[in-house]
Design a protein. Structure first.
Length: 170
């Protein structure tokens, strides 16, 4: 009997390698998706903090709060909010839609200082996932008090935010 001088892999060996790669991918992909959602939620929380900081700085100059994010990007002596958040009234960023408006219980100031076009006594900002369960699970909201609240349903807490009912982030 003569032995063949075979080089290379058999079909069975290649199928086993492909099956092992498939198993590893099936284990890793859900973890990667959870990590992406967690990163998107961290970005949304960062956006809410940036809005709170911009509103506090704006209120020092204008004696009130801006009702829209575009006002925070162009008011008075300079921009209080980065261009990625202040280019429009509603911004899609890292899988979330970031919006801001005057609060439900706010009243406009009669005579805003020079450089301040529209000020109000409060504001309400939200971050809502573009696709609940895919880009993010939690929705976030904040107001003039500066606390960021979340809801696990993907729908932000309603305005006015009730701190006795809603859950603040830790």
């Amino acid at each position: 009997m003569k032995m063949r001088d075979a080089k290379g892999f058999t079909l069975i060996e290649l199928l086993i390698v492909v099956a092992i790669i498939g198993i590893i991918a099936a284990i890793a992909i859900p973890g990667l998706l959870r990590a992406r959602m967690s990163g998107n939620e961290a970005s949304a929380i960062g956006s809410m903090r940036a809005i709170n900081t911009a509103q506090q700085n704006y209120s020092q100059m204008c004696n009130g709060f801006a009702p829209v994010m575009t006002e925070l990007g162009t008011a008075g002596a300079g921009a209080f909010l980065s261009p990625d958040l202040s280019m429009a009234a509603s911004v899609d960023k890292s899988g979330y839609t970031i919006t801001m408006a005057a609060g439900a219980l706010g009243t406009p100031l009669a005579l805003p200082p020079a450089g301040c076009t529209a000020t109000t006594t409060n504001y309400y900002a939200t971050a809502t996932p573009l696709s609940v369960g895919s880009t993010g699970q939690r929705a976030f909201a904040t107001n003039e008090a500066g606390t960021i609240f979340f809801a696990s349903t993907g729908v932000p807490p309603a305005d006015p935010i009730d701190p006795t009912v809603e859950t603040p982030i830790q």
